[in-house]
Design a protein around this ligand. Sequence first.
Ligand SMILES: [Zn+2]
Length: 56
Amino acid sequence: MKRRFCLFFMKKENLPEKICLICKRPFSWRKKWSKDWENVKYCSERCRRNKKKLIT
Ligand SMILES: [Zn+2]
């Protein structure tokens, strides 16, 4: 029952979006981020790694 509710709730059009700090492109909520969406700042692992390059 719980699962069914989630599927209903997570319609694609309603997925939250953020702008990646590195590539400045919008990216959508992904299931793997469900626990940590508040802290997600990069669209991908690659961008996350690029963060270090930008700083130096
Ligand atoms: Zn990115």
